[in-house]
Design a protein around this ligand. Structure first.
Ligand code: GCU
Length: 599
């Protein structure tokens, strides 16, 4: 029998917001008792959005002689889950619209337990139906959500339907146009998770900002009930802290150990942590680190760092599709590691947990952001609410990931009072949840001041940030007004500055002049890298660089028939995994920087 208070809360929510019943996902869903519902799902492509009118989620079958249904999930298209639909069928390569996914699964609900359907991500918006009943909806293609299906789940056969739509709209995030492929589908794992009636819903376990031998612990049980026993154990330290919940189901304490070793890119130490609450328990490996700024420096555990960074999209170019598995994470991260990075910018949206957790294991710090990319409708309150929810979902999913050192709140947005207010409210929301990371945004507003012969930028929003990042494409979108060696910068000199994007396009194997940008050649790209790296030496507050980008990636922005063919060719590595000449230049630069900072 479900908990009365919770039941009343549910009913209220369902009545007031029938569509809104998608909860921020429980912490560490992969540490729970779960079953993957991945595999080949049936699918219906619904270009004109007729499926709702036809109630396809009821999966009706003709009974008599006179009734018939102009749809069926049997014998039709089948799509792999997780995965985007665009790479699974030539007809769907450019498809933007609605696709109905469906599958049967058997269940055996346990007494005194709750059952949740958890989605790693669905792109872009969706409604979920179980046994013909709508159970939740969600918007945003890159963050997890869940629905409590305890009451809707049956013993035996269940029929799950997910209506997925990836149409671009003005009020969406990202909005109408963006420089990556608009993959649609159930792009990450789907799980059926079983937890006790009162379960460990959320926890935040991190290093104390003042005392590096102290771990702060916050645990929230799912039921607002006092007196429930909670404990947090770190066996490797021989330490356990325990107590009981307050009336809201919360428990907070801290754990001290002189033996505590900290996580850092060159020493990715993590500890098995066991969290128990009531009848529930969940475990995972957590690392502890302190990241902060000190003037223009970025410090990890007090040690100055140069962020040797690279960006990549959540895409496997060889498959022309979304990365979604552990093997995909290995592909992306091992190529990044070979370049010599100690950080990755996961562009331009939260990427899957396989990538985030493996990066942490490998000792690679992360910048993670929500896709507030260029032309977002900052005047729309609904869009603002969506951004708030997306940021909250991202932070809640990864707040226990010590590798994540930076939360990015925007990329290349134009200054306006509406934009400032929108982003300031995002920062406030983020800092309410998490003050153990640095907040950053990327700007493309650095201009050459002809009078002072210097590069400057004036965007008032930078004052709110811990770190300022700049996207600047010298030698590509911008010709050199001065030689790289003479190019001086004066940009937010009171803060650490990261070059979050620079680079140019080259078709792998194409040789040409080092002086002619339209050669689209590896030679010109290599020259461009040499020039930019030379200029970066003139940036007094430089704390890191991140070339755009590790791999060539797909984008509907890129029309050149021979040099691009729908690919952004700024990769240091081609879509076939071949390293371009600029790769070596960047690799050697990072070797040099590594040695410089090890001294
Ligand atoms: C921008 C943007 C990227 C884009 C890049 C490019 O700076 O942030 O998303 O891909 O430029 O033009 O290649």
């Amino acid at each position: 029998m479900p908990n009365m208070k919770r039941l009343i809360f549910y009913i209220l929510l369902t009545v007031l917001f029938p569509e809104a019943v998608s909860f921020a996902a429980m912490t560490n869903v992969y540490g729970r008792d779960y079953r993957l519902l991945n595999g080949r799902w049936d699918a219906i492509v619904d270009l004109y959005d007729q499926g709702d009118r036809m109630k396809v989620y009821e999966n009706r079958k003709p009974e008599g002689n006179t009734d018939f249904y102009e749809y069926s999930f049997d014998g039709g298209l089948r799509l792999e889950v997780p995965g985007d639909w665009n790479s699974q069928s030539p007809e769907l390569k450019y498809y933007e619209g609605t696709v109905w996914y469906a599958r049967h699964f058997d269940a055996d609900p346990k007494p005194d337990c709750r059952e949740f359907l958890c989605f790693g991500a669905v792109s872009y918006r969706c409604r979920v139906y179980l046994n013909g009943r709508e159970i939740c909806s969600h918007e945003g293609g890159f963050t997890p959500f869940e629905a409590d299906v305890t009451d809707a789940l049956r013993k035996g056969d269940n029929f799950l339907v997910v209506e997925v739509n990836n149409r671009r709209t003005k009020d969406a995030i990202p909005a109408l146009a963006f420089d990556w492929w608009n993959y649609g589908g159930i792009t990450r794992d789907v799980m059926l998770v079983t937890v006790p009636d009162n379960y460990v819903e959320d926890y935040f376990i991190r290093l104390d900002k003042k005392n590096h031998d102290t771990v702060n612990v916050d645990v929230r049980m799912s039921q607002p009930e006092a007196g429930v026993k909670v404990s947090v154990e770190i066996p490797a330290l021989g330490k356990t802290v325990s107590g009981t919940t307050d009336a809201r189901g919360n428990f907070s304490t801290s754990l001290r150990s002189k033996k505590l070793r900290l996580w850092a890119p060159d020493a990715p130490v993590r500890y098995e942590v066991n969290i128990a609450g009531g009848d529930d328990s969940v475990s995972e490996r957590i690392g502890f680190r302190d990241i902060r700024t000190d003037g223009t420096r970025i410090l990890i555990n007090g040690k100055p760092q140069f962020m040797r960074c690279i960006s990549f999209h959540e895409e496997i170019p060889q498959r022309m599709g979304r990365a979604c598995s552990k093997a995909d994470a290995v592909t992306l991260l091992s190529e990044a590691r070979d370049l010599g990075v100690n950080m990755i910018r996961l562009a331009h949206y939260p990427q899957n947990e396989y990538i985030v957790r493996l990066a942490e294991e490998m000792g690679i710090a992360l910048w993670q952001e929500i896709p507030i990319w260029q032309g977002i409708d900052f005047t729309d309150n609904d869009t603002r609410d969506k951004a708030q929810k997306m940021l909250t979902e991202m932070i809640n999913r990864d707040k226990n990931r010590c590798a994540v050192g930076f939360w990015g709140v925007a990329n290349e947005t134009k200054p306006s009072p509406e934009r400032d207010a929108f982003l300031e409210s995002l920062l406030a929301t983020g800092r309410d949840i998490d003050t153990t990371r640095l907040y950053v945004a990327a700007f493309d507003l650095v201009e050459f001041d002809k009078e002072r012969k210097i590069f400057t930028m004036d965007d008032p929003f930078t004052r709110n940030l811990d770190v300022v990042a700049v996207n600047k494409y010298m030698g590509w979108y911008h010709p050199w007004p001065l030689s790289p060696a003479e190019s001086k910068w004066e940009v937010n000199t009171d803060k650490p500055l990261i070059i979050s994007e620079f680079g140019g396009e080259a078709l792998y194997g194409q040789s040409g002049s080092r002086d002619v940008v339209s050669s689209w050649s590896e030679d010109y790209q290599a020259r461009l890298y040499e020039d930019n790296l030379r200029m970066f030496e003139n940036i007094p507050n430089l704390a890191g660089v991140s070339p755009w980008i590790l791999f060539d990636f797909r984008s509907p922005f890129r029309f050149h028939p021979t040099n691009q063919e729908g690919w952004n060719r700024k990769g240091l590595v081609s879509d076939r995994g071949q390293r371009k000449k600029a790769w070596k230049i960047m690799h050697d630069y990072y070797q040099k920087k590594k040695l410089e900072y090890e001294k």
